[in-house]
Design a binder for this molecule. Structure first.
Ligand SMILES: [Zn+2]
Length: 664
């Protein structure tokens, strides 16, 4: 559907037939099929936001001024938007004080998967190498998928409302009109006006704060390193900062700053260890902002300012590896970026590899081996969910115009990691692969790449490092198609082995409970209850899940009494235990599960619970729990939960009616 806005007005006024535009259909970018932006012909070099954040209206409004450079001759610019109202558009060929901004005609095209394309017509054609400055006045709506608005009651300190964004993969277009694709990198500056006493943080350097009037502050930021749009991020609330190292800080609400800073006290060491492995950290300082509980994911590597779920603050340090992961993105993801979402594994597989290398140095090799084993199980769960012949079960998912969020799974993380581990094992020593990682980052510094560029870089590196037959044989051995493009299992004879004694013991312990029908307790309960590495508990839980059809009420009851599982504070346990209890009908866990989904908004932890409620005849309960927490959840999370509840609602007219009422 094409919606004419200002263009329609001019067309009517001039008496021009609208069909003149039929020669210019909206098409997704040939560089990034998740974007409508015509990045083949023109690219953003900088964008400058001048916005006001209105908590009363739950809206962001103002202007985005894009500095763009033509790669070819063109007379139109197409940007991505979603859930925002475009008020006006102008352009100019200069951007100094004498700049004259000419009003521009524009039209929009709505695509339910990818948002709304905004085509801006230039009266004057521009040519290869020309600079142009495009200013757009806009306002976000409550349909903006990037923005989460929280009431003050939903925050930890309950003093001020709260707002944060999550732009990956394609939600930035709902925060501001721009070229929302990782194939384009741009610097940015911003001025953000908010009511006093709100504090604003962005994925950029803070430059100044001034008092606008008796009610408002204006914060300014600058990000001088070009970044892809999905790394644009803002967080506003009652926030304070605490320095915890020479380059590292923690930001969060005042009531939790002490606990959060304590849990993350090793941040400086983790940054240093990562830098020792990967080379210079280019971003300056490193800060983690611990978000309110509705934050939908574990962490987001926004440059200078990682956003993290409070679920990483468990009290036992068990989830701090999330911070290690986000630090790793400083090199792979933020410095070298995937060009499109089919190549997402270049961000995640590499970063998991760095994370596990650093974690092995801190916690010992078994910690990383356990993580790899658990990750492999999760990836298999996801692949089985997609189907083993679905491209989403490969490292190169074919999007076919779908929202790339649908392909988001453990596959790019774990299969990507396994491929890199395999490549490392083909080399003489781990230091050779470390040298390759540094070479890759150096060669593609601040560029967006595909796996084909990785492949070329690998070939160049190996040919130089191992001249002659040695290098040739190594390169011939690597099955790139099998690893990257083939769905399902990884190539055979890969030599990867992530087994550990601790995991073997836990698997046996879970089997003991099941095989004895919950009538006996094993003698080595303390291997579980006193485990130093909490991942060991997860192995136990995974084994129960893998034999779900053999698990009975009595088995769960015995385990719960022995291991206190229902009340375990580690969300990695709740994520597995509660869905299992629901599947088996062990309703003693329902109260705790109810509280769990009401206080945690991280998708990974709560979606499996909603899935099993629906799957095992408790859809009404799922809907009730969702209704109670729907304003607490991030919009992306709420949408996913609703999809789960709707997925089988056709069989339940009562719920269907309730849901259609909700949707209206
Ligand atoms: Zn990541």
């Amino acid at each position: 559907m094409v919606k004419l806005s200002k263009l329609g007005f001019w067309v009517q006024l001039l008496g021009v037939a609208t069909c003149q535009f039929n020669n210019y259909p909206f098409r997704v970018s040939s560089i990034d099929p998740s974007s409508y932006a015509n990045v083949e012909v023109i690219q953003t070099t900088n964008f400058d936001l001048d916005i006001t954040v209105d908590f009363n209206q739950k809206s962001v409004y103002g202007t985005n001024l894009l500095s763009m450079k033509a790669l070819r001759d063109t007379s139109e610019i197409i940007l991505d938007t979603q859930g925002i109202i475009i008020k006006d558009a102008w352009y100019s060929f200069t951007n100094d004080e004498k700049a004259v901004y000419v009003p521009a005609n524009y039209e929009t095209y709505i695509d339910k998967q990818l948002g709304t394309a905004l085509r801006i017509y230039l009266t004057d054609k521009i040519f290869l190498g020309d600079l142009i400055f495009v200013k757009i006045s806009y306002q976000t709506t409550t349909d903006s998928t990037a923005i989460n608005w929280l009431t003050k009651e939903q925050t930890a300190s309950k003093t001020l409302a709260y707002m944060f964004t999550e732009c990956q993969p394609i939600n930035c277009r709902s925060f501001a009109p721009l070229q929302d694709t990782p194939s384009v990198r741009a610097t940015y500056t911003s001025k953000v006006t908010v009511d006093q006493p709100y504090v604003v943080n962005m994925s950029a350097n803070f430059t100044q704060m001034k008092v606008v009037n008796t009610n408002q502050f204006q914060y300014s930021f600058a990000q001088p390193i070009p970044i892809p749009s999905y790394l644009l991020a803002i967080s506003i609330g009652n926030l304070i900062s605490k320095r915890i190292g020479t380059r590292t800080s923690v930001i969060t609400e005042p009531t939790t700053i002490v606990d959060d800073a304590k849990e993350l006290q090793d941040l400086n060491t983790l940054l240093q260890l990562s830098e020792d492995y990967m080379g210079t950290y280019i971003w300056g300082s490193y800060t983690i902002i611990v978000q309110p509980p509705s934050f939908p994911i574990g962490g987001m590597e926004n440059p200078l300012l990682t956003f993290a779920s409070p679920t990483i603050i468990v009290g036992d340090g068990s989830q701090v590896y999330v911070a290690t992961h986000e630090i790793g993105h400083s090199w792979t993801g933020n410095e070298v970026t995937c060009r499109d979402w089919s190549n997402f594994w270049l961000n995640e597989g590499f970063t998991v590899f760095i994370e596990r290398h650093v974690s092995a140095g801190v916690h010992g090799p078994d910690f990383s081996k356990l993580g790899s084993q658990l990750g492999n199980q999760s990836a298999w769960d996801d692949m089985n969910g997609y189907g083993l012949s679905n491209s989403y079960s490969s490292l190169y998912p074919i999007m076919n115009g779908q929202d790339p969020e649908i392909s988001s799974s453990e596959v790019p993380y774990e299969k990507g990691f396994q491929f890199l581990k395999y490549l490392e094992n083909q080399m003489d020593k781990p230091a050779d692969f470390q040298a390759f990682l540094r070479y890759y980052v150096h060669r593609f510094h601040l560029q967006s790449v595909t796996f084909l560029e990785l492949r070329i870089a690998f070939k160049d590196f190996i040919t130089t490092l191992y001249p002659g037959d040695k290098g040739t044989n190594l390169l011939a051995k690597v099955n790139w198609v099998g690893w990257v493009q083939t769905p399902g299992a990884i190539p055979k004879d890969n030599g990867l082995d992530f087994t550990t004694d601790a995991a073997t013991k836990m698997t046996a312990m879970a089997n003991f409970y099941i095989d004895n029908f919950g009538q006996q307790s094993p003698t080595n309960i303390e291997d579980y209850t006193k485990a130093v590495d909490p991942q060991i508990k997860t192995v136990f839980q995974n084994q129960l899940l893998s034999r779900q059809s053999d698990v009975t009420y009595d088995v769960l009851d015995r385990i719960d009494k022995d291991l206190n599982t229902t009340l375990d504070i580690n969300p990695e346990i709740g994520q597995r235990w509660f869905p299992l209890c629901i599947a088996v009908g062990y309703d003693k866990c329902l109260d705790a599960a109810h509280k769990f989904v009401g206080r945690i908004g991280r998708q990974k932890y709560i979606l499996p619970i909603y899935q099993n409620l629906v799957r095992y005849g408790k859809r009404n309960l799922a809907y009730q729990w969702f209704k109670e927490s729907q304003t607490f959840y991030h919009p992306i999370t709420a949408k996913k939960i609703l999809n789960i509840i709707l997925s089988s609602a056709e069989n339940d007219k009562v719920v269907e009616k309730q849901i259609s009422k909700f949707l209206n």
